[in-house]
Design a protein around this ligand. Sequence first.
Ligand code: CP
Length: 309
Amino acid sequence: MIFKRKHLLGLEDVAAEEIKLILDTAASFKEVLERPIPKVPTLRGKTIVNLFYESSTRTRISFELAEKRLSADTINFSTSTSSVKKGESLRDTAQNIEAMKVDMVVIRHAAAGAPHFLSHWIKGSVINAGDGMHEHPTQALLDMMTLREIYHELKGLRVAIVGDILHSRVARSNIFGLTTMGAEVAICGPAPLIPFDADKWPVKIFHNVDQAINWADVVMVLRIQLERQTANFFPSLREYHNYFGITRERLEKANKKITIMHPGPINRGVELDSDLADDPEFSVILNQVTNGVAVRMAILFLLSGEVEK
Ligand code: CP
């Protein structure tokens, strides 16, 4: 199969065979990353700008690493030291960057739809590294890669996404991607943190975390996004932990194999017990981070057009 897309803006319209191609390509790049010299000349001569309007550790570093592993030239753009501080618009910023002959732009922005907007104004490829509360497609792809490594098959796998679903672009991209691949998905959290139209989504809804754990093979724990809470969605963090926190006691009560995932950053002791996050019997959180580099290499390669040469 040839990957025909120019941009990766989300997973909502990405077909199962495209996701499979991305994950297979990422698995090949993971082998490259395990070599003594983890670098290939695939994107030599290409220039990629990482345009991060929101803070990031994992996504920004792994995109930069992926670009360097593919021998691309990379430029990191930070809003705090750019002319965005002087009021320059996203469109002007992007068009000025493109005037310098850039091939691809990776963008994270607080506004949902910013990558889509950008894709109308520049000729290069645009990759969504997280847009507001909308999508975070590369996170869902690295999550699917991690699950495929453990379970080999996503079809029929039961994944419960627990936490702040309302504000989560990770939840949305995973729901699109996992259901496209035939997995069963459930969401669980306090009622105010479940979107009002979630009953129309292709997911089960739990308001009791023990029931969600009993149902699931995988629990994807989401961060309580304190910076996006504009109302009192729950009384206190302690209360959230008591009712929805993923604890060793809860997993032991379920008495079955359960995989714990978290996109990071973790609020340790709030949505997830700290010792569980570090326990390799349950947690694959650092495997997710490792796979992030391989998945981003795969996306950059497939969008670059180099695949057809
Ligand atoms: N998972 C994730 O997007 O983490 P960062 O915000 O650190 O990039």
